[in-house]
Unconditional design. Sequence first.
Length: 431
Amino acid sequence: MLAVEDALKLISENTPDARVISSPVNESLVGSVLAEDVTARESVPAFRASIVDGYAIVASKHVMVPSTKGLFPVVGVSHAEPGELPELKLGEIARITTGAPLPPGATSVVMVEDTVLRTMTDDGAEEQEVEILTADIEPGENVREVGSDVQAGEIVVRKGEGITAIGGELGLLASVGTQEVQVYKRPTIGVLSTGDEIIPHDRPGDLRLGEVRDTNRPTLLTAIRGSGFEALDLGIASDQPGALEQTLRDAMRQVDVIVTSGGVSMGELDLLKPTIERQLGGTIHFGRVSMKPGKPTTFATVPFKSNTGERETKVIFSLPGNPASAVVTYHLFVLPSLHKMAGITPVGLPKVQVVVDQDVKCDTKRSEYHRVVIAAKADGMLHAMSTGGQRSSRIGSFKGANGLLCLPTTQPQLKTGDKCNALLMGILSNI
């Protein structure tokens, strides 16, 4: 059996490199990684703008310029909307709102809190005279200068950086007028269950002897979509001769990666491996891994000619049929491959160190991945609590789990309070 580290190396070596595509700057970019540096087409702000609500004024340190303190006529209004503004002269002020352009000639903005309204126009519609209460207004005060946030030609987002759902990267691209960017294409993943004993999980009625509800397919579809990738439901493939081959061929026309579950153990009805090798001309890079759970995990690549005649490599992950095994091996093996194809680095789940909150038995022969709930506690450390029984068929061991404890093979047991590496699958728990 192959060591986990060697399996991950083979996945990295044989997963196709990320492909570059053009994409418009809109919400569809979220989750993508840039394939080029992006420079600003425009400066931000593109004009001298006010930071506060108040009054634009001509201020100077020159001894010949009068103080900013005193009574001033209000000669205009500048709102945060396009339009031409008259030039502001010495001794005049103009009302201005936050983000609005300064009138030509203005040097500074006085905050409205530092002023008192003295008179209104005869019709009562506008301010006529305002008293400024401070003589300490400096040139440039409360003004955002042109390009003070971003200069035209400056690199705003670099190659390899991702566009997150928080919105900062997308907002930055939009602010400098970027309309299209080069990104790495995110792979599309198809999820397929195999076996004549597998029935849809939502089929009405009781199970007949030997039937198994399909929990892996909805679980894997959820995990893939939760990782930020598009997932296609490929249904359940029959064990009948030729049916699996045709299902896989049809799937390769629609997706970049196929994830199957079941049909990879040592039984005589397990048709997946011979179908990949003999009928599809694929290469199985490994079929057994020294790990628990997930020993029969299989990774393969298949040469494929697209509808346009382009030669491509399709990736197939055949995960074990036991539900917990399927989910563990998705996070451990499939996710790094998807990350590589999408240009995401580093690949795979983030690794953290945790304190175990109870004794945990270790397997000294195989790498074991124990499902846990990881929480930040008052001592400032991350703590891990087991989700209970870890049998590979027990999908309930993933209920509430947000991490995989990477148990060492060098000792028979972890004691309460020991530290251990863990892979973080989700957000930290509050418990």
